[in-house]
Design a protein around this ligand. Structure first.
Ligand SMILES: *Cc1c(COP(=O)(O)O)cnc(C)c1O
Length: 219
């Protein structure tokens, strides 16, 4: 099933859209099955769980941290994490920079924009994103690279609303790219809304349940 789902996704999404297989809460065997189907990018939202999986799975996997990040956990993944999606403060960038330096690495980051109509979703306002990209302090951080933006739409059936939220983030992205050509990733879209996200210019979708099945949260 997982193999089939991976193959189907690869077939139906455009070539310029990267698929992140969101494997949070799923057992190693499920990730291995996705790996055997050719998937190399996995997304997790808890640092400890990601480290445990990193330790036992093949080393050519790219690990993405997609959840809200606690600063004191950055050190546990700084030696291997490929891309951090949910960065929402300069303090977090500072910590990532500091921990990446210890491993002589540059860690790629996405700034998370707040686009949803829900207070539970973290993220920066568009003005805060502009300020971070202009900041000399951030520009001096040698061990991070801000390579794009990430956003989550409101959890709603209202496709018009989802569409307008993704569309607003795409406009910001295009606007910022003219002055910051290093922004290349626009991470938006999950199982329920990736089609709308792709229509709005997403270059990276984060898909969990449509690949691995529903998550069981009784852990
Ligand atoms: C869990 C999660 C996803 C994947 O959600 P699905 O609906 O299962 O595809 C995507 N992005 C983030 C930030 C998540 O936490």
């Amino acid at each position: 099933m997982i193999q089939e789902n991976i193959h189907n996704f690869k077939k139906k999404i455009p070539e310029n859209v990267t698929l992140v297989a969101v494997s949070k809460t799923k057992p190693i065997a499920d990730l291995q099955e996705a790996f055997d189907a050719g998937q190399r990018i996995f997304g997790e939202n808890k640092v400890q769980e990601m480290v445990e999986k990193y330790d036992v799975l093949p080393k050519d996997i790219q690990w993405h941290m997609i959840g809200h990040l606690q600063r004191n956990k950055v050190k546990y993944m700084a030696h291997f994490v490929d891309l951090i999606h949910g960065v929402d403060s300069v303090k977090t960038l500072e910590e990532i920079n500091k921990q990446a330096a210890k491993h002589d690495r540059v860690i790629k980051c996405l700034l998370q924009a707040s686009i949803a109509d829900e207070e539970t979703k973290f993220g920066l306002t568009f003005d805060e994103i502009r300020a971070i990209l202009k900041s000399n302090e951030v520009a001096s951080m040698q061990h991070i690279a801000i390579v794009g933006l990430m956003g989550m739409a409101t959890f709603t059936e209202d496709e018009t609303q989802i569409n307008s939220e993704f569309s607003s983030l795409k406009s910001l992205f295009d606007d910022l790219k003219t002055s910051h050509p290093t922004l290349e990733i626009l991470s938006m879209g999950m199982s329920g809304d990736y089609e709308i996200a792709i229509k709005n210019g997403s270059t990276m979708i984060r898909v969990g349940s449509s690949i691995f099945g529903h998550r069981n949260y009784i852990v």
